[in-house]
Design a binder for this molecule. Structure first.
Ligand code: HEM
Length: 376
């Protein structure tokens, strides 16, 4: 069996919806089926809240901080309060974009690239993929960068509780992380009298997951693709205008989310020739949908020039991502700053992914960087 930490793990081909176990979730791999489900009112997001409440009651555990964070996680909300909370988060993201125009992001990306040691193998996650999203997120939340990094780690831990595969010991660790995260975020924002508008601290906490791991995952995936495709490095160095298309192709072929959060059917509905009953769960495999030849011609090839490529990397419908422009811009600027300065090669050791069933985010990515001037 392929380990979920293997960056080269096989991607399931696009096929009609199927269930691998009797009443397990329907697995959706075709682009058309996934797009339909994302936009259909017959489906809503499946929330882990009730499962965690049941486990807390059965195991007599205090998971109050974990539950409070889940309740305020935008992904698990719906109706008018979800819409109002989306507005609050949108304002925070827009303020950040006004503070960080492309030129300022590129200047910061160049500073980060200039501080990287070159010559031997470096971990591209630590030196190149993590710093820019952490810095911009810290600025968005008015936190010191070190604190934002520590809180990011706790927020990532909390997302483990979203998975069915979580053990009781994992839930305990998630609750500890949730307690720390809530306490420290609140005290830091209150101490510095940070203006959060009408957004609660718990609502803001979700940005620590949504607004950084996804971008760091995109940057490291782009660097991994480039290290393995030297011809593309040369192409991007000579034609920088291809960079936005290259990042879109990175999101399609190697994006940070392999699967979206599960949805649950609210009514009987036919999808791709199968009947889905109320209460059935669906699992949207966007890694497969992104290679569906019905949606993308020659789907395994990198082609930054694709016109109107129907990407699902930012989801769609009611829970569509709130930071696609910021996320793509950070990735474009960081990768531009790196390839302007370095030639990238894979190191002998292959990188490994974070151990998370839905994500494709590098935990380590050893690469060798050689200054461009030294190559000539
Ligand atoms: C390349 C970077 C990013 C990627 C690939 C990405 C991807 C996604 C995806 C796929 C979803 C929907 C998940 C689902 O339907 O199951 C989502 C939701 C969300 N994203 Fe992003 N995201 C990125 C960057 C950002 C940034 C920079 C922010 C904000 C700072 C952000 C904030 C959010 C929020 C708040 C939601 C939840 C929306 C809701 O439930 O209403 N994301 N993102």
């Amino acid at each position: 069996m392929t380990s979920i930490t293997d960056p080269d793990g096989a991607i399931m081909p696009a096929m009609p919806p199927f269930r691998s176990e009797g009443n397990g979730p329907w697995v959706i791999t075709r682009h058309a089926d996934a797009s339909l489900i994302l936009r259909s009112p017959a489906f809503r997001m499946a929330s882990p809240l009730q499962r965690v409440e049941r486990i807390a009651a059965r195991a007599r555990r205090d998971y109050s901080d974990l539950l409070a964070l889940m309740e305020q996680t935008l992904l698990f909300q719906d109706g008018p309060s979800h819409l109002a909370n989306r507005q609050s988060v949108r304002r925070i993201v827009q303020q950040s974009m006004a503070r960080w125009p492309a030129s300022a992001i590129l200047a910061e990306a160049r500073r980060i690239a200039a501080s990287v040691p070159s010559g031997g193998a470096i971990d591209a996650v630590v030196h190149l993929a993590d710093p820019l999203p952490s810095l911009i997120l810290a600025s968005m939340l008015s936190l010191p960068v070190d604190q934002a990094m520590a809180l990011r780690a706790d927020a990532t831990m909390v997302t483990r509780a979203w998975s069915h595969a979580c053990s009781l010991r994992d839930y305990d660790a998630c609750q500890d992380a949730a307690r720390r995260l809530r306490r420290e975020l609140r005290s830091s924002l209150q101490r510095d009298s940070v203006e959060t508008g009408d957004a609660s601290f718990d609502l803001i906490a979700f940005l620590l997951v949504a607004g950084a791991d996804s971008i760091a995952g995109t940057i490291s995936a782009a660097l991994d693709l480039l290290a393995r495709n030297p011809a593309w490095q040369a192409r991007l160095q000579s034609e920088p205008k291809l960079m936005p298309g290259f990042i879109r192709e990175t999101l399609r072929l190697a994006g940070p989310l392999r699967r979206l959060n599960r949805r649950v059917a609210q009514a009987a509905v036919d999808i791709g020739g199968v009947s889905i009953a109320p209460g059935d769960l669906v699992l949207l495999r966007i890694d497969s949908a992104h290679r569906d030849a019905e949606a993308f011609a020659y789907p395994d090839q990198i082609d930054p020039g694709r016109k109107n490529a129907p990407l699902l990397a930012f989801g769609g419908g009611a829970h569509m991502c709130q930071g696609p422009l910021l996320g793509a811009m950070e990735a474009e600027m960081m990768v531009t700053a790196i390839i302007d300065r370095f030639q990238i090669r894979p190191a002998a050791a292959r990188g490994a992914l974070l151990d998370h069933e839905d994500w494709r985010v590098f935990a380590h990515l050893p690469l060798i960087l050689t200054p461009v001037a030294a190559e000539q």
